[in-house]
Every structure is written in structure tokens, then in C-alpha cells.
Design a protein around this ligand. Structure first.
Ligand SMILES: Cc1cc2nc3c(=O)[nH]c(=O)nc-3n(C[C@H](O)[C@H](O)[C@H](O)COP(=O)(O)O)c2cc1C
Length: 327
């Protein structure tokens, strides 16, 4: 079973991915969605650059024009991405270039053209992330035909967010909570397409649940839970990768992130752009609130001193000790 952290706009940027990679060496990581319009406009350094340590990392593209997707995929491959993923699951509004995201599920032939063009353009795997249906229509035929058509075009890996996208009336956030999760549909896809790599996504929060819900599937993709409780990633390498049980500690992760922050600050990246992804590192532990409070202190963040991470850790320990004394 492969574990991946879902693409999340504004969240899984390069700093977030480096942080996640400092906890798990094996989790598959994804960029935020990048539209082909943005890729083809240029500014690749800002949009596409990442740290070598982040591998394996997939570039997620948004678009629906086969030629634009092929050109963007080629650029992504040149930048070193290990996989190019097409977003067919985001309930986004129409953009200038045309429609993309979840509404593409209604156009499997177009998605097949897009995938075919990308597969011809690059040597790395071309994959698709999608929903299980559109609107209130819960029939299986639509997603089955979608996966069937798209796989014939050369896509062998599908990340399936196990809920419909309701494109009328719900905003993107509601579209991640209100349409019901139906894991059985994902299992049915695996039964009908046993040769494809099928990953389950949506509502997964811990490893025991993944073991139950993902049994028989090829992978589990976790979004919000991995971002909110990143220590979830500490078990990934030995649970899914056959590595030794981890000796990793959160202190070691802080050490890595302090060193990384120094390098990034030297390139004019503000400290807060890195630490904002780390607020959840101690979630569930005594003193977690003191950690978060220190790392949210705007005045101290402005100092751009990576040792703020150690100050936050000291604050956490002091808070945990005072709670222990009071108990
Ligand atoms: C803040 C946020 C941004 C997201 N941005 C993207 C995106 O850019 N591309 C995409 O395919 N899905 C995006 N998603 C959806 C997630 O990849 C995932 O499918 C969804 O959150 C369900 O998984 P979860 O229940 O484990 O969070 C986003 C989700 C969140 C919470």
C-alpha cells in the first residue's frame, strides 16, 4: 500500500512538502494544483522549483486543453517531477481556458485526449485524481466509464476522492464534507479494473482506519488529517514501506526545519511561510497550544530567526511541565 499526502491549494507548497518529507521518506507528495495557464505563462522558478529532498513528488496540473497539458507536463518533467497528475476532482469555477477540475468527469473522452497527449509528452507516469460522480447522481456507471475510458488512454494510476462533487450550490469546502463518502465505489472500481493502481482518498484520519478502509486497494491518500496532524506521517515508512520502526523524534524534525529555514531565509523567504505549516506538529501532545501560540506570534515571526522554533519548543515544554505539576 502506498501512502500519499493529497494536493491542497495554499497548503502543500514546497515548504510544507519539505516539512512532510522531514517526517516521512516514503510518502508520495503532491504540489498544489497549478493551472496550465500559469505554467505556460512562465515564472517557473516560483511555480515549480522544489528541494531535491522532496522526491518522490507529483506535479498536479489543472487544465483541459490537451496541447497545453502536454506542454505543461513536459515542463514539469524537465523540472524533475516524478509524476504528472491531472485534477479532475476540484469543484472549481470555470476559468478562462475552459472548464477543469471535477466537471471534467462529465467529459471522459476529453480527459482521455488530455491524458493521451500528456503520456506522449513525458516518460514519467501520468495519473488522474477524480471524484466518484457529479451532483446527486450516485450511479456507478459514470465513474466506471470514466476510469475505463481514461485508462485506455494510458493512465494506470487513479486517486479517487470517494464522494460526488456537487457543482451547484456548494462551495469547495462544503464539497469536501457534505456529499457522502462511499468507499464501496472505490473498491468496486478496483474489482472491475484489477490491473489499475487505485488509491482511496477522502475522510481518512488514522492508520487503523486506513488499514480497514483501504484493504485490497493500492494506496491511501490523506489530505486534511495529514496537514492538521503531520505526526501521522511518522508511521508511514515502517507501516507501508517495510522500513525499520522509526527512531525519528519531533526534536529531530525541528532540527531539520531550523536548518532548512536558514537556507530559505537566505533566499528571502519569510520564516512564517515555513512555520505556518508546522503548527500541528505537536497536536494531541501536552503543551501543543504553547507551541502554536509562539509560532503564531507575528512580531516574533517578523524577526526571521529560525531559532523561534526552539523557543516554541521551550514554551511547549514549560507548559507541559506546569500541567504535569498541577496534576
Ligand atoms: C485547503 C484544501 C485545498 C485543496 N486543494 C486541492 C487541489 O489543489 N487539488 C486537488 O485535487 N484537491 C484539492 N483538495 C482536495 C484534497 O486533495 C482531498 O481530495 C480532500 O481534502 C479529501 O481528502 P481528505 O478528507 O483526506 O482531506 C484540497 C483540499 C483542501 C482541504
Amino acid at each position: 500500500m502506498i501512502f500519499s499526502v493529497a494536493p491542497m491549494m495554499d497548503w502543500t507548497d514546497r515548504h510544507c512538502r519539505f516539512f512532510h518529507r522531514s517526517i516521512s521518506l516514503r510518502a508520495r507528495l503532491f504540489t498544489e494544483m497549478v493551472s496550465t495557464v500559469a505554467v505556460l505563462r512562465g515564472d517557473h522558478e516560483r511555480l515549480l522549483s522544489f528541494d531535491e529532498a522532496e522526491h518522490p513528488v507529483a506535479l498536479q496540473l489543472g487544465g483541459s486543453n490537451p496541447a497545453h497539458l502536454a506542454a505543461s507536463a513536459r515542463i514539469g518533467e524537465r523540472w524533475g517531477y516524478d509524476e504528472i497528475n491531472l485534477n479532475c476532482g476540484c469543484p472549481s469555477d470555470r476559468v478562462r481556458e475552459g472548464s477543469f477540475g471535477a466537471c471534467l468527469m462529465a467529459e471522459p473522452a476529453l480527459v482521455a485526449d488530455c491524458v493521451r497527449a500528456m503520456v506522449e509528452a513525458v516518460a514519467v507516469p501520468v495519473t488522474v485524481k477524480h471524484r466518484i460522480g457529479l451532483g446527486r447522481d450516485e450511479s456507478y456507471a459514470m465513474v466506471r466509464d470514466f476510469v475505463g475510458t481514461v485508462s485506455e488512454a494510458g493512465c494506470g494510476i487513479f486517486y479517487v476522492h470517494a464522494r460526488n462533487a456537487w457543482l451547484d450550490g456548494l462551495n469547495p469546502k462544503e464539497n469536501r464534507t457534505i456529499p457522502p463518502l462511499r468507499y464501496d465505489v472505490v473498491h468496486r472500481l478496483k474489482r472491475d479494473f484489477p490491473a489499475l493502481e487505485i488509491h482511496l482518498n477522502g475522510g481518512l484520519v488514522d492508520h487503523d482506519q486506513i488499514a480497514r478502509a483501504g484493504a485490497g486497494l493500492d494506496g491511501a491518500m490523506v489530505g486534511r488529517a495529514a496537514y492538521d496532524t503531520p505526526w501521522l506521517l511518522a508511521e508511514v515508512d515502517f507501516r507501508y514501506g517495510g522500513a525499520e520502526a522509526p527512531e525519528l523524534t519531533r526534536e529531530r524534525v525541528i532540527e531539520r526545519m531550523v536548518a532548512y529555514s536558514r537556507r530559505q531565509i537566505a533566499r528571502d523567504v519569510p520564516l512564517r511561510c515555513i512555520t505556518r505549516h508546522m503548527l500541528g506538529l505537536f497536536n494531541g501532545e501536552a503543551g501543543a497550544r504553547a507551541w502554536r501560540r509562539t509560532l503564531s506570534d507575528v512580531a516574533r515571526l517578523r524577526g526571521n530567526d529560525p531559532d523561534l522554533l526552539w523557543s516554541a519548543y521551550d514554551a511547549l515544554q514549560a507548559s507541559a511541565a506546569s500541567v504535569a505539576r498541577a496534576a
